[in-house]
Design a protein around this ligand. Structure first.
Ligand code: LLP
Length: 436
């Protein structure tokens, strides 16, 4: 293979994140901005997000929902940078939160509590109180115990808390192996078989106002069928609950739509939503407000993690490409054995590729970003880990006293530093030496 062929092979590989991520000559660019140049300007490791990619992803949901009463609640656990939240809030999006900390971010970014739903199996009293004071749209309640505590907290505040029960639909895992949170064995939600009795209980409690029904069956789902199965189970319940005189105003179908990391082919968001709406119409539920809680599918392919090659260490069994990003910056490969594509930011035309394990500086053998990747790289080159916009920075830690990465958002011609790189002194500012 000639060097020309090698470069051609790299630049013709399909890029998850296209069209905002593209090859321009031999440079990898996001919304037209060369990633290697951003790396030189802001340092590495560096997360870079495309604002247009986020808006495009949201627009696909909005397109399918046009003409319906609906609320897309961005599951901000996927990426909670304020500029990301601001982008979605400005586009009319609501939020799905799982802590009072996330609520504080929504408000700081200009989002509205009245367009925010509060999910999570372990809400604390203080968090419930904060959310009630802010006026959240709905609490997605996951257990009878939580219902009782929420009732008490709401009564103490002299208000009624809006609630929706997160129902665990127990969709058959055998046919749909991707869905891991909607099974009986998972900690999430109220069991489908107990849901009717739990609604009766909720309707009796004076501090609560029953509003809707909710379910979230898992993440990185690449098929429509599990959603349709779960929706059917939910609608069965809606009919049973309403037959007892408890009206349910909205149906929240959760998040979970997958993205392309390598060769997955999930349905487009508008295709998924259209199928769900068609099922609701067919069953006579077309008048109900629809809520969705997408996370990954709104931001995942909008971001990359750029890292610099520090050392090349060929070995007898494995060649190691040691980069300055590590499992603390991007934990998905180490934690889930997740495959994330890695591309050079500049194609080396005259260098034949070698097979590398791309690893970070952290002192753990599990500290890898990609294994067995064919890359043509020199020390000092930059690599981009693709599809890193979701559950990347949001899950970063300071392990090994490594400051967390900076984040940049590109927006047309503009480049914004939306989070400064952490400084080492900040990492132990809250710690105390002991008097001796
Ligand atoms: N709603 C609820 C109640 C959730 O628990 C989640 C995600 C979402 C919505 C959004 O799901 P998405 O659309 O992003 O799939 N850290 C893992 C993913 C954990 C997802 C947790 N819950 C990863 O990196 O793959």
């Amino acid at each position: 293979m000639s060097a020309q062929d090698v470069a051609g092979a790299v630049t013709s590989r399909s890029l998850p994140g296209a069209p905002h991520l593209a090859w321009r000559d031999e440079e990898l660019v996001l919304e037209g901005h060369a990633l290697a140049e951003l790396a030189r300007r802001f340092g590495t490791p560096l997360y870079v997000y495309s604002r247009a990619a986020m808006r495009t992803a949201l627009a696909a949901y909005a397109r399918a929902l046009a003409g319906r009463r609906h609320l897309v609640c961005y599951a901000m656990k996927a990426n909670s940078n304020l500029a990301v939240l601001q982008t979605f809030a400005a586009a009319g999006c609501g939020f799905d939160i799982v802590s009072a900390g996330e609520l504080a971010r929504v408000l700081a970014a200009g989002g509205r509590a009245s367009r925010t739903v509060f999910s999570g199996v372990g809400k604390r009293r203080g968090e419930m109180a904060t959310a009630l004071e802010a006026g959240v749209r709905c609490f997605n309640v996951e257990s009878v115990g939580e219902l009782q505590v929420l009732d008490e907290v709401a009564r103490a505040h002299g208000v009624r808390a809006p609630v929706s029960l997160r129902v665990n639909p127990d969709v058959d895992a055998g046919t749909h192996p991707y869905i891991s949170t909607g099974l009986k064995s998972n900690k999430f939600g109220v069991a489908h078989a107990e849901a009717l009795a739990t609604y009766r209980r909720a309707a009796e409690l004076p501090g609560l106002r029953v509003e809707g029904i909710d379910s979230h069956i898992g993440s990185q789902i690449t098929q429509v069928e599990p959603y349709l199965d779960a929706l059917d189970r939910l609608l069965d319940l809606v009919e049973a609950v309403e037959a007892e005189g408890i009206p349910l105003h909205h149906v929240d179908v959760g998040g979970g739509l997958g993205i392309t990391y390598t060769d997955e082919a999930p349905p487009a968001a508008d295709v998924l939503v259209s199928r769900l709406l068609a099922r609701m119409d067919a069953r006579g539920h077309g008048h109900r407000e629809v809520l969705l809680e997408p996370g990954r599918s709104l931001v995942g392919n909008a971001g990359v993690l750029v890292t610099e090659v520090l050392y090349l260490k060929p070995g007898e069994v494995t060649n190691f490409c040691i980069v300055d990003a590590a499992m603390n910056d991007l934990t998905r490969p180490a934690l889930y054995d997740a495959y994330m594509a890695i591309e050079p930011c500049v194609v080396r035309r005259h260098l034949p590729p070698r097979r590398w394990d791309v690893v970070g500086p952290v002192c753990e053998s599990g500290d890898w970003l990609g294994r067995q990747r064919d890359l043509a790289v020199h020390v000092g080159d930059h690599l981009a880990v693709l599809s890193a916009g979701a559950y990347g920075m949001a899950m970063a830690s300071n392990y090994n006293t490594r400051p967390r990465a900076a984040e940049v958002m590109v927006d047309g011609d503009a480049v914004h530093l939306v989070r400064e790189r952490e400084r080492v002194a900040e990492l132990f500012a809250g710690e105390r030496l002991i008097e001796t």
